[in-house]
Design a protein around this ligand. Structure first.
Ligand SMILES: Cc1cc2nc3c(=O)[nH]c(=O)nc-3n(C[C@H](O)[C@H](O)[C@H](O)COP(=O)(O)OP(=O)(O)OC[C@H]3O[C@@H](n4cnc5c(N)ncnc54)[C@H](O)[C@@H]3O)c2cc1C
Length: 455
């Protein structure tokens, strides 16, 4: 970059478009490897990187993570979260659970760790611009220098410039598939159709239909039953899979990810379609609540789908087609769609515009990323443009989990360090940073009430 460009406070080596988990993990990884905070810019609205997740988790009533001990926010994986927890509570219980893969960090605990890392590494000071990025523009290098990117907000105001950019904008809007979309828009009944990730209240004695078979659905079954209401669980598949995270665990390590990347783009999309469909974990306390609800006649399952929704005696009336072809009607107080987010890349404005402007290849509504998560045709070794999170799960199947984000962040930051000829932080300095953050996490965790494990 030219001397003139260096004068802007928002000229950075690494920019992250987005301000959530992915942004924090790129930042942490970069500082750990040796980049100075002022070489990194987070372009988004929020200085708290867990704010988006926290709101969804709160609305869902999530108390423990779906993921396990290795998924956490310290730059390196060791000590694991179970080890930190065991040290904090002076109890081996977390370690014993972790060995059996039955330890899930509590939400308050993991957010405490994220807060320690955020504060101690100076993340909030590096959130620049204060608005969403609307446009990412490729610029030729000044005076023969390497190319870079300019970032603009929705009103085309220049926010900053960067040699390397990671797009970490999370999910598209909440999904209301099939008849639920029009019902949600209907002013007469729309307020009775909500998403699992939205705020909601269940009334004792009410009757609620929960649509979906993933973990958010199971979570809502329990919420409905615990509120003293009746739950009808509706799903399309007779047999949901039994695992806690969104993809099979074998795809969480490097060899699993390599095998996945060996498939064609279409094969990867088909695989994800299968693997991400209906994952419901067995959790001891949840199972007990559901069994008790079923015994009391307050929980039933329906396999089929709604074909029409209208106003009904209890609030809503649904026509339903069952899996065996029979038709029926159901009256409920409200419907909860545990149907996740829109997965189309085109639902994210910054990505849609990138595709329109630069012919970024879109296939089956997803960006056809390079296997290093680079965005063709803009990504170059000396000026990387990558994606992480849900946008990258066609390359890294667990890309939308803490573990997958960390994997992508490490690869990206490593590439940038090579491109920039970074003098990396020495091993003793990295160890000191890691252990310092671990100590501070343990100290902060002592003030956090221990969250009950559910597995
Ligand atoms: C209820 C729930 C429970 C989960 N539980 C787990 C779990 O137990 N374990 C696990 O590993 N993962 C879990 N996840 C997944 C985890 O939250 C995601 O992997 C992670 O948040 C993705 O990080 P991200 O940075 O891609 O997106 P986010 O954390 O969603 O952050 C993206 C941010 O970018 C902002 N943004 C969007 N567009 C722009 C723009 N144009 N410019 C600037 N900013 C923009 C958004 O407003 C948002 O704040 C869970 C997710 C949910 C919803």
């Amino acid at each position: 970059m030219s001397a003139q460009r260096q004068q802007s406070p928002n000229d950075v080596t690494i920019a992250v478009v987005g301000d959530g988990f992915g942004a924090l993990l790129v930042y942490t990884t970069a500082v750990y490897l040796g980049f100075k905070p002022e070489q990194i810019g987070i372009f988004g609205e929020q200085t708290n990187p867990v704010a988006t997740y926290q709101q969804f988790a709160w609305n869902l009533g999530q108390t423990v993570l779906r993921s396990e001990s290795e998924s956490h926010f310290l730059p390196a994986d060791w000590p694991t979260f179970a080890q930190l927890d065991a040290y904090t509570r002076r109890s081996p219980a977390a370690l014993a659970r972790s060995v059996r893969r039955k330890f899930n960090p509590g939400v308050p605990e993991i957010l405490t760790e994220a807060a320690v890392v955020t504060r101690n590494l100076g993340y909030p000071d590096r959130v620049l611009g204060g608005s969403k990025v609307g446009w990412v523009a490729r610029e030729p290098g000044d005076g023969g220098g390497p190319p870079y990117f300019s970032l603009y907000d929705e009103d085309a105001r220049l926010l900053g410039r960067a040699r390397h950019v990671m797009i970490a904008v999370g999910h598209g809007p909440l999904a209301f598939p099939g008849v639920y979309g029009p019902a949600r828009e209907d002013p007469e009944i729309g307020e009775r159709v909500v998403q699992a990730y939205e705020p909601k209240t269940y009334f004792p004695g009410g009757r609620y239909l929960v649509v979906g078979s993933g973990i958010a659905a199971v979570n809502e079954w329990v919420n409905v039953l615990e509120a003293g209401a009746q739950c009808i669980a509706m799903r399309r598949n007779p047999e949901p899979e039994d695992q806690d995270l969104n993809v099979p665990r074998c795809l969480f390590d490097g060899s699993g990810i390599d095998a996945f990347q060996g498939l064609s783009f279409d094969q990867r999309m088909d695989f994800l379609g299968q693997a991400l469909r209906g994952t419901s974990p067995s959790r001891r306390n949840w199972s007990e609540t559901i069994r008790a609800g079923a015994e009391q006649g307050r929980f039933e399952e329906v396999i089929g789908e709604a074909t029409e929704i209208r106003r009904g005696h209890a609030g809503l009336g649904l026509n339903v087609r069952l899996i065996d072809g029979r038709e029926g009607t159901i009256d409920v107080t409200g419907v909860i769609c545990a149907t996740g987010f829109e997965k189309s890349a085109l639902a994210l404005p910054v990505i849609r515009r990138l595709a329109q402007t630069y012919d970024v290849p879109i296939h089956r509504e997803r960006v056809r990323l390079k296997t290093n998560c680079g965005v063709p045709p803009l990504d170059r070794d000396d000026s990387r443009l990558c994606m992480m999170g849900l946008s990258a799960n066609t390359v890294v199947p667990n890309g939308d989990t803490i573990a997958g984000l960390k994997y992508i962040a490490r690869r990206f930051v490593g590439d940038v360090a090579r491109a920039e000829g970074l003098r990396t932080r020495s091993f003793p300095s990295r160890l000191k940073m890691q252990m310092g953050l671990a100590r501070k996490t343990v100290s902060a965790l002592r003030d956090v009430h221990e969250t009950e494990q559910l597995a």
